[in-house]
Design a protein around this ligand. Sequence first.
Ligand code: ACO
Length: 433
Amino acid sequence: MTTPTKAILTFDNGAAPIELPVQAGTYGPDVIDIRALNQHGYLTYDPGFMSTASCTSGISFIDGEAGVLYYRGYPIEQLVQHADFLEVAWLLLFGELPLPAEKADFSQQVRRNAMLHDQINNVFRGFRRDAHPMAVMVGVTGAMSAFYHDSSDVFDAASRVQTAVHLIGKVPTIAAMSYKYNMGEPFVYPQYQLGYAENFLHMMFSTPCESYEVNPVLARALDRIFILHADHEQNASTSTVRLAGSSGANPYACIAAGMASLWGPLHGGANEAVLKMLAEIGDVSRIPEFIERAKDKQNPFRLMGFGHRIYKNMDPRAAFMRQTCHEVLEELDLVDDPLFRIALELERIALQDEYFIARKLYPNVDFYSGIVFRALGIPPSMFTAIFALARTVGWVAQWNEMLADSSHRIGRPRQHYNGATRRDYVPEHLRGA
Ligand code: ACO
């Protein structure tokens, strides 16, 4: 069927119909442009934005039914196999794969921006040692706005690129420092000569007494995980960054807002929750009991790492995460890891269960990432921090795209008000009388 040019909204009270333009995208559903609707005294109602395209974007595309994810048109499968993370970062930011010289220059700029202002150390020291690393990351990234406020002009394209390079370079350092602070270990400075993932592992696991020997297989696995998490269309955290940034707010504060959203257990916090759930299951014999709990509508328990708002057949990232999980466990001689065995069996049983089939609930990217991180020696409290590190690229690319669009306006949703009608104030002594 061809794309219609307009949709006509009719009413059952005899009011004049309203014509709304229809626009086709490169892929995905056509959109009905409802911008003129409020001039007619109507709003649309769409809690959770299930049927709302909040912006026009050319960065990533998801087809949930087909299990497809493209970054700038390139299938995620090809990027994860052939590209490295900073190449993907360039692609997401600028729209094309970099030329060799562009890639080399960009990698160098990102690496050379990994160090933080020395006074940031003092910001860390204000937190309790046992604070969750995501709480520290949200706080410290937000605090970076105090260090780079006057120097960043969000309405200048070159300044936005500089900010993007700063953020991509510095967020891994913030993440690793959040871990070190939590562990009570000294901060480890970045090493400019190391690759992006290698440097992160170095900052996490080296100490002033001993340098960490980075295993290239593990560094590559981590780099792939970064690629898989780099961008994902208008999810909750990306939409948060766009909404916060739409007012021209400081980009570090906007990225901190995105991190806060990502931290929730229904979003990026799921991989931490998966590992806790696998540990709680403890043995394959208990899997049926947990599946029954997940199906019981009186029980709030959900099978963590299952289901996705958009992917209703399979999450293409999950297949690679599963493969990466195998590779890492083999490299570390951990193939008999009990949690991995529970995960495989849980996946097998759930995928045969009518409840999960009917609701199209499949493992998502977070189902296996926790097991990989655990094998790398990364504690559960750092899982979402690593997701945030990778997603920073997508957030800045989306933020930059929004501000580069001359038609962009401050985000300002409306509401369907169902509160009290107008009433007069009642003095305290007359209330309840
Ligand atoms: N376990 C059991 N039942 C589930 C699960 C689950 N993990 N996920 C959804 N369902 C059920 C719901 O109870 C509902 O059942 P009903 O129709 O009988 O009422 C149905 O499936 C649809 O669920 P919704 O909540 O409406 O789906 P939605 O698209 O709003 O939620 C979400 C998607 C939040 C990811 C959900 O599947 C979930 O909570 N999953 C577990 C958390 C998780 O893994 N999050 C990571 C997402 S990926 C990411 O952020 C990178």
